[in-house]
Write a protein that binds this ligand. Structure first.
Ligand code: T1G
Length: 602
């Protein structure tokens, strides 16, 4: 049998048609992949030699979802539902062989197959809600029919993944492969199904699990949506789709799902969340890094300082599987930290020389320049082969690096950890910090499941300069008689988590009332202007990096993209007018991009 196209192959072995997809890096459902799948299924279904069909993927994972870049931009010749009807309607068993992360449209395709076999370690999920969407390929109708309404709502609203065993337990997969070669196991499974004369099993025909929901289940789902995703539209749309599924008419449910999906796809929240998806990944791309630079292995990391940051870091590193040594000269403090961290793998030491074997040593001592310079100078000698990092939130990375004989080996690691969002690691590059140190810091971010964002050191990092402006604006309004609670309310209405500005308690009585929109302008417009200054100063590589610091460091609602994304939505000329109305000088980058019609987010 010939290859169908460059991403879909069709072969025949012992009466089993193998449809193999190969669309790196994650076998995303691009239009070409979908068109190729459709042609392959037409051929395999129509071929009398073919007694069963196997759908499997080459590379690191089964289909990880629709091609997010193509959504709303490029459509396949064949409608996704037409492809699904072809698969599910096949008169011969269709088996999906799953591995890696079977997500979104990938799981929806798998659910239209009649049987599913998964390699151990496979993860499955419908994470569309993270993109401001819902499973637009029948997922809201088929998932409840397998796992029941309550479990389906939880999976759809949280967007979480289940592992192969969990999927087996709830019926999402039928069997877990017991060999490392999934294709061999899947083919054997298909042949066994034929030998046993097992019928085709259509998920859309299942009905006994969707009757198990009463109004309380949907009410609980609405509460979960409000708690987990305040202000987001997708969770409520998902609930409406699952309510349609619970009514039992599959085709009517699909019609509801299609309409709700399109509305979300056309809406502003999904556009922002898809922007944020790629912005997160773009941040890890550092221009100018030597192409052959290798990060350190991060086998063992040393920590100096047993305060809150040191303890939090020790736990994060140990949980990421990194051998961790914690130093404090004060034995009692070390014991207290050891007891609080309570991880047997943690190495506690009172001698800096024990850190000599570390790839990286991070100082997390009190936030005073002299103390940081002193400890880095000692580490310079105690751990001569290690990269050195200062966890300062202050703009003195260069001054700290100069306390050592090898400033190129020194980098700043700012673990933004507000209680609202702590998924960003701001990597502050000193004037002479080496590419190796930057690459290692990015690798550390990945290991700690944080978004690594590179910031120059200058008069302040991305987070320091922008947060400072925001606080100054809040303080100025309070000084003019605006109630702190009013500022807090406007910020939370916008979507910030509560406590962002930690309203000051020493404010006098409120004598001035401003509309929420005015408060927001006074908070956000100067912040945007400072972001444009940061870009102009070369402290941030791109606007979307600044957005990631705010979304994952301070809880800017991801469904609003971030400061520079927001500026583009407002329109840069309008932003400039407001900047001037507040008495600020518009950043040159803002003026330049407005004149050129360019996007600040980049
Ligand atoms: N579309 C396009 N590109 C994607 C992609 C996708 N779905 N997923 C990943 N990539 C790119 C990513 O940008 C990066 O590119 C590279 O692949 C590696 O990704 C109809 C509408 C699969 C768990 O939401 O969760 O299906 O930077 O760095 O850490 O109902 O990617 O190398 O150029 O993240 O190993 C639903 C999203 C889509 C899954 C792998 N699916 N992806 O994580 O690698 S909507 C998702 C992920 C949908 C249907 C609906 C993760 C991953 P580059 P990576 P990773």
């Amino acid at each position: 049998m010939p290859a169908i196209n460059e991403v879909v192959d069709l072969t025949l072995e012992d009466g089993v048609a193998l449809i193999t997809l190969d669309n790196p890096p994650v076998n995303a459902l691009s239009p070409k992949l979908m068109d190729g799948m459709y042609d392959a299924f037409i051929q395999a279904i129509g071929d009398p030699e073919v007694r069963a069909i196997l759908l499997l993927c080459a590379g690191r994972t089964f289909i990880a979802g629709a091609d997010i870049k193509a959504l709303g931009v490029e459509s396949p010749k064949v409608d996704f539902f037409e492809l699904q009807e072809k698969i599910e309607g096949a008169g011969k068993p269709v088996v999906a062989a799953l591995h890696g992360t079977c997500l979104g449209g990938g799981l929806e395709v798998a659910l239209t197959c009649h049987y599913r076999i998964a390699a151990p370690g496979t993860k499955l999920g419908l994470p569309e809600v993270n993109l401001g969407l819902l499973p637009g390929g029948g997922g809201t109708q088929r998932l409840p029919r397998i796992v029941g309404v309550a479990t389906a709502l939880d999976l759809l609203i949280s967007g979480r993944q289940v592992d192969a065993r969990g999927a087996l337990a709830v019926g999402l997969v039928d069997v877990i492969a017991d060999t490392t070669d999934l294709a061999v196991a899947a083919k054997a499974y298909a042949l066994a199904l034929l030998a046993e004369g097992r019928p085709v099993k259509r998920v859309s025909d299942l009905a006994d699990r969707i009757g198990d929901a009463d109004a309380a289940v949907f009410e609980a789902a609405r509460d979960q949506a409000e708690r987990l995703r305040r202000g987001e539209e997708a969770p409520r749309a998902i609930i409406r789709c699952v309510e349609a599924a619970a009514r039992g008419d599959f085709d009517a449910g699909i019609a509801v799902e299609r309409a709700e999906f399109q509305k979300l796809l056309d809406g502003p929240q999904s556009a922002a969340l898809r922007y944020a998806f790629f912005a997160e990944r773009q941040a890890a791309k550092v221009a100018g890094l030597a192409p052959d630079v290798q990060p350190r292995a991060l086998t063992r990391v040393g920590l100096v300082g047993t305060g809150a940051i040191g303890r939090r870091l020790a736990v994060a590193l140990l949980d990421a599987g990194v051998e961790t040594a914690l130093f404090d000269a004060d034995a009692a403090a070390l014991d207290r930290a050891g007891a609080a961290i309570d991880r047997t793998a943690l190495i506690l030491t009172g001698s800096l020389s024990d850190l000599a074997a570390c790839d990286l040593v991070i100082e997390a001592v009190a936030d005073a320049l002299e103390a940081k310079q002193a400890i880095l100078a000692e580490l310079d000698h105690a751990a001569p082969g290690a990269l050195l990092a200062t966890s300062t939130a202050r703009p003195e990375v260069d001054a700290i690096a100069d306390a050592t004989t090898r400033p190129c080996a020194v980098i700043g690691l700012h673990f933004l950890s507000s209680e609202n969002a702590d998924r960003v690691l701001e990597i502050v590059r000193g004037k002479v910090t080496s590419d190796e140190a930057v690459a290692t810091a990015l690798a550390l971010a990945r290991k700690l499941k944080r978004v690594g964002v590179l910031s120059g050191s200058g008069p302040g990092s991305i987070s320091q300069r922008t947060m400072l402006v925001l606080r100054q604006q809040a303080d100025a309004m309070i000084a003019q008689g605006v109630a702190p609670e009013a500022i807090e309310r406007a910020a939370t209405e916008f979507g910030f988590p509560t406590g962002l500005l930690a309203a000051r308690t020493d404010a006098g009585t409120a004598t001035r009332t401003l509309a929420d929109s005015e408060i927001l302008d006074r908070l956000l417009i100067p912040l945007i202007n400072e972001a444009a200054n940061i870009l102009g100063d070369g402290i941030a590589q791109r606007g979307s990096d600044i957005d990631m610091v705010w979304v994952h460091g301070y809880g800017w609602p991801a469904w609003r993209g971030g400061p520079t994304y927001h500026a583009d939505l407002l329109g840069l000329p309008s932003v400039i007018e407001k900047v001037q109305s507040f008495g600020f000088n518009p950043a040159p980058r803002l003026v330049e991009y407005a004149a050129a019609g360019r996007k600040l987010a980049g």
